[in-house]
Write a protein that binds this ligand. Structure first.
Ligand code: ZN
Length: 345
């Protein structure tokens, strides 16, 4: 084992700077357009690469500065979707009711979606690079279907085009591609029936590492209310972890800090690398490095140190930039503290 222990990373999104979109607002629209917008997105990505490097984050991302929404950012470039035909849908098992676009024909990816931003991001950091894409099941729970007639069929169609995109991004030097599947925590039977099959189609033949992120959502009101209904122990992970452990996915990104998920559940993922959420994205408090180290230490009760990658619970897009930066620093410092404690330098 020559690899550095406790390599840190972020779940995905980071706040947009004020010049790009209204701060502290999830899914805020762009403040610019055309070439000025493209330039502002690149500037924002540069800021976050620098902030992550300064905080000691080992596997960096562009903070999703090039997209407004974690699912629509991909879907906007997909053919077969009618954005005018909005369907009212209760998504994540009716946690939110929203107007979603509608799939009206076979979906296809006429051209690269994220290639350009990845080329730019890759050119501006020497660190390992992570890139996030929406998972097939979560896509199917964020869009209405007027064509396929079955969710598993539609998921497989999306998985195919996600795979084309992921292969291109891996070829451009992305080290880890993560599929965001918050829907995995809601439709546990579907995960076993077809969710993992769809993920397997999405990662087919990928030359880089692969991950799935399964969380309890951003720290927004609808999620906070939902979490109150889940009882004192959140055991959703328990139902799906055996199937995920049997899957071909390399890493699993989980919500652990400040949640009611019993840490012992990660022991079910005995063959996976685990991005342990050590930063709570639903609180305005900044974790101390000691608290971060404490969560890592707790995870070590169930998982070997070599398989632990300290991470944020979820994206930090809705937080202020200053707060997100402090949380990144706590993440880096906490992992460092653990490395020193173990004498790993
Ligand atoms: Zn998340």
């Amino acid at each position: 084992m020559t690899d550095k222990l406790f390599q840190t990373t972020v779940a995905g999104s980071l706040p947009k700077p004020a010049w790009l979109a209204e701060p502290e607002k999830l899914w805020a629209p762009w403040r610019l357009e055309g070439e000025a917008l493209d330039a502002a997105k690149r500037d924002a990505a540069l800021v976050w690469l620098k902030e992550q490097e300064a905080a000691g984050i080992d596997v960096v991302s562009n903070g999703e500065q090039f997209r407004v929404h974690f699912v629509h950012g991909f879907l906007e470039h997909v053919d077969g979707i009618d954005w005018q035909t909005k369907t009212k849908m209760g998504i994540r098992d009716n946690r939110y009711v929203v107007d979603v676009p509608t799939v009206t024909g076979p979906v296809s990816r006429p051209r690269s979606v994220h290639g350009e931003e990845v080329r730019f991001t890759r050119a501006h950091t020497d660190r390992k690079l992570k890139f996030t894409l929406p998972g097939p099941m979560t896509i199917c729970d964020t869009i209405a279907d007027a064509h396929y007639g079955s969710r598993p069929d539609m998921a497989m169609a999306f998985a195919e085009i996600l795979n084309d995109e992921a292969r291109e991004l891996a070829g451009l030097g992305v080290d880890l591609i993560q599929f965001d599947e918050p829907a995995f925590n809601v439709f546990m039977d579907d995960v076993k029936d077809w969710g993992i099959d769809a993920l397997h189609r999405a990662i087919e033949g990928l030359a880089c590492k692969t991950a799935v992120h399964i969380c309890y959502g951003y720290g927004i009101e609808a999620n906070l209310q939902w979490k109150k209904t889940l009882g004192s122990e959140w055991r959703q992970y328990e139902e799906i972890f055996p199937a995920i452990n049997d899957s071909q996915i390399d890493q699993v990104s989980l919500e652990c800090a400040g949640s009611h998920v019993p840490m012992s559940l990660i022991g079910l993922l005995k063959d996976k690398e685990i991005m342990v959420g050590v930063i709570d994205v639903a609180t305005l408090d900044v974790e101390t490095p000691e608290a971060v180290a404490g969560t890592i230490r707790e995870a070590m009760t169930y998982v070997d140190a070599e398989r632990i990658f300290p991470c944020t619970n979820c994206g930090m897009a809705p937080l202020s930039k200053a707060l997100a930066t402090l949380k990144l620093e706590a993440l880096g410092a906490g992992a460092d503290l653990m490395r020193r404690d173990l004498g790993g330098g």
